[in-house]
Design a protein around this ligand. Sequence first.
Ligand SMILES: Nc1ncnc2c1ncn2[C@@H]1O[C@H](COP(=O)(O)OP(=O)(O)OP(=O)(O)O)[C@@H](O)[C@H]1O
Ligand SMILES: [Mg+2]
Length: 415
Amino acid sequence: MVPKTTPYLVSLDLGESKICALIAETKEGGQVEIVGKGTATHKGARKGTIIDVPATVEAIKRAVEEAEIMAGVQVERAVVGVAGPEVQSFNSRQVVAVSAKNREIGRDDIARALDAARSVPVPAEYEILHVIPRQFAVDGRDGVTDPLGMVGSKLEADVHVVTVPLAITQNLLNCVNRAGVEVSEMVLEPLAAGAAVLTPDEKELGVLLADVGGGTTEFAVWRQGALALTGVVPVGGNHFTNDLAVVLKTPFQDAERLKKKAGAALQALVAEDEVVDVPLTGGRGIQPVRRRQMAEILESRAEELLSLVLDSVAREIPLSEIRAGLVLTGGGAELDGILEVAETPAGLPVRKGIPQGLGGLTDVVAGPEWSVAVGLLLHGRASSVSPRVRPRAVAGVLSNLTTRLKGLFASSAQK
Ligand SMILES: Nc1ncnc2c1ncn2[C@@H]1O[C@H](COP(=O)(O)OP(=O)(O)OP(=O)(O)O)[C@@H](O)[C@H]1O
Ligand SMILES: [Mg+2]
């Protein structure tokens, strides 16, 4: 028996800067309404890899608890994001013979073609995370999105395969489980971000999405509606902060605060005579620094980051095919001027990617740092068949939770 579809979805984004947990309700018609969110800063992960299990577990618990209290439900399972420089992805294409005598392509043929395309050698310590169909070809004719019922003798499947070291997925699973949550699915983070911020038109025209996180920038390219490329470069927002800290001789925390408050990735955006007070390391006092100097530091890092991403893409896909341009998301996309810097090198249109198409408490996820967590929910919606939450035991903690809980008990009773 197919389990009854639950109206709740949960996602966990284990970023380098912070862990985000979201709880959403799915309404009739598929609308996703945010009902709970939680965040916890931590030092347990670096560049997509967990480096401190107890710190990560504790932060997951904190983020989940906050989201649970807000939503009035208890999390059982979540869709979890995967990222990092060790993720490897490539396109694979294989052909099979159509089996039916009348040469009409059936579901079996499609499954065999996809199986053949995914049967690529994967290093022993890696596992396949996704096999995403890109397109099919029937008797050599490309561009078929659904070959079911077409007539031909040869069926080719073209897929994007994402592989990830087993150690990464097992550590993620371990940490999430130890925090008392099951993992229903793992999803590559830039794919999730794409689901949250891109439009079908952009994916059709050709779009490059870059998720500028703390330690890394993950990117993905879609063309003709299909995923064409995914990758990662080892530079993120923390490198900008670190540059400021090193050059201005200020503690990292102060550099981070200054970057957000007075930083700009484009010198032209900053008046020449503006000055900010910068605390020196070791409590050696305060020194005045021109905002222009800060912008100079940040601008070179922004240029480096963008050229790393654009060069990685250009090695595989001509940038002229990315007609809808570049969409920057992740917390790093909040840096003043970064969109303007991105516009110049490739001449592509650039915009900021902010989660779209949601209901409920949309204002709590209205920034680019929420794209991955929201996208994970949307992935969960696509594959949702089993319950992910149960009523939270602390009924009555907040008065407005009671009604929500009553609704939930009523719906469980009907199961
Ligand atoms: N207003 C802002 N101005 C400049 N930078 C910002 C701003 N807000 C956030 N950031 C930067 O965004 C980065 C964190 O982004 P995000 O929350 O997407 O990362 P993460 O998901 O935790 O990390 P990762 O994806 O690398 O694991 C930090 O470097 C932070 O300094
Ligand atoms: Mg992230």
